[in-house]
Design a protein around this ligand. Sequence first.
Ligand SMILES: C[S@@+](CC[C@H](N)C(=O)[O-])C[C@H]1O[C@@H](n2cnc3c(N)ncnc32)[C@H](O)[C@@H]1O
Length: 495
Amino acid sequence: MNNSHPRRRFALSPEPGTPAATFVHLPGGAKTLGKEESSEGRRESTMEKLDESKFEQRLQLWALRIPRELASAVTRLLRSGYLLDKPRVKPVVEDPESDKNRLVVLSDKIQNPDLSDIEEKVYDSLKQICSIDVVPYSLTLGYSYWSAGHVAHLNIPDDLLPYKDVIAKVIYDKNYPRIQTVVNKVGTITNEFRVPQFEILAGKNNMVTEVKQYGATFKLDYGLVYWNSRLEHEHIRLVSLFKKGDVICDMFAGIGPFSIPAAQKGCIVYANDLNPDSVRYLRTNAQINKVDDYIFTYNMDARVFMQNLLEVPCSENKSDSQVAANCSSEDIDPANESSTSNGNHSDVQESCHKDINDSSMISATTKRRQESSNGGDGHCQEDASHSKKRNNKRVKGSGPPPVKPWEHFDHVIVSVVLSKRNTGPDHYLGSTVIVSSVQEAQNKLNAKISERIFHRVRDVAPNKSENWRSSSTAQPCGRNCGEGVSTATVGAGCC
Ligand SMILES: C[S@@+](CC[C@H](N)C(=O)[O-])C[C@H]1O[C@@H](n2cnc3c(N)ncnc32)[C@H](O)[C@@H]1O
């Protein structure tokens, strides 16, 4: 199967850490935009009218024609890498031949109509669900596909840098008002928050935008937080493994692309990030998506976060009431509000504040917020708007069930870069851990990876296919032994 890809001159940076606001291909046939060349003694400008069709990418794919009532079952089965995986393109579409059917579009990795690229076990299950009817499916990703939000994010190579303003102006003029800001990534990402540096090339200096993923809305400032739209499939793939009521620990949560959909599913999420801006947007996004009752946000180093989460609170002996992760959160477990009335809540808060204040890793923002939310009396309180919102919800009788994360949680989400390089910094965790072996990963995570399930997510950068990035879930034993099982499935023991 031949997919015709226009040759890329420059594109939205595909590196992790570079937000995929807009993906821009320079037309495949275009010579250097704006460059004047000599041709047969005649100076010929290659500055041409923008031809949007040059941006089109046509994919020749395969699809399964199935009765529409089976669409959920089939997509659930094929979700682990066999479905079409393009941001903002649905893999299940109407069948032009019959409204009783649906077409389930398969990944471009499925090359053969006999589906021999699909694992036998999955194929057998598929046969049990429906009869196999494979049809060709042609998909065109047009000019407008390559954008999200109002920010067009370019990654202009050195040889085109002299023309960056011309390029930006064309993109801006041709796409306004949909595109209102054109930025170019500058340098490589070196900071621990994985936030790229940008220069504004055209439009307004406003990097705050909203993107949508699988029905959830994410507000973010591209200049302050990590975001990568291209991880959409990975976000949802991982969350699809969770069940309602699962307790999730998202150690490097960013602005919430794992935490928010997990909470939408009814999981109780302990979400942490070291970047105070990420945590701020995480909270905003929890509110926008109306799952703030299910997400407890933290702003600290992941190791401190885990230690606090696993530490049995001193109040545990005093009460059966729920407490919030040793109270090291900026937020309070909303389910805990009921415990406030019996007096145990404040006991916990005090003990936890000691933990937090002892930690040199906690950010100034966290401390500031703690001080202000404490009202100076050592008792945690929610800010008024949050509290009000939760009160509204509580009246409706919704809210998460009680949890004790130090006893049990179901999944830990860790973002890890696996790389053959061994020179990377390892003083912080998350996407920035560079490991060259499973053993090294175990050492760094202080967790035993007994069942290894590697899932290729995407290349770190073009031409860097030896580096790959994986999100995995790990299940701690819940007995504070410090061991865990890094796997996409749960249940294995460790002690
Ligand atoms: C690659 S991003 C992943 C964010 C999010 N999971 C996502 O998929 O968008 C890694 C995140 O880890 C955070 N981070 C880096 N070092 C950290 C540490 N020591 N403790 C907690 N978070 C950290 C960064 O601020 C960043 O948001």
